[in-house]
Design a protein. Structure first.
Length: 88
């Protein structure tokens, strides 16, 4: 899923696919289609709160000492760095 709640659960639960989910979520953010909950995509969203939650999950992901960055991940992340910068 490319919704915020699924991404947060993957990050905070240290799911094995959390890095892949980061890339998917950033692609969704880049086209301004991120929703908080994919089961309720039409719910009103407080954009500032959503960005804070997303940024918190991204920081938690990169701060996780068990996360390993490989060359393939870096190559896939590079085109999405501008999107990450816009969140800060």
């Amino acid at each position: 899923m490319n919704d915020l709640i699924s991404f947060e659960r993957a990050v905070y639960g240290r799911a094995p696919d959390r890095v892949a989910r980061l890339l998917a979520v950033l692609r969704t953010v880049a086209i301004d289609k991120l929703v908080v909950d994919s089961t309720r995509p039409d719910d009103p969203v407080d954009r500032a709160t959503m960005i804070q939650r997303l940024a918190g999950a991204i920081v938690a992901l990169f701060a996780d000492p068990t996360m390993e960055l490989d060359a393939e991940f870096i190559d896939r992340l590079m085109p999405l760095l501008k999107t990450m910068q816009q969140l800060c």
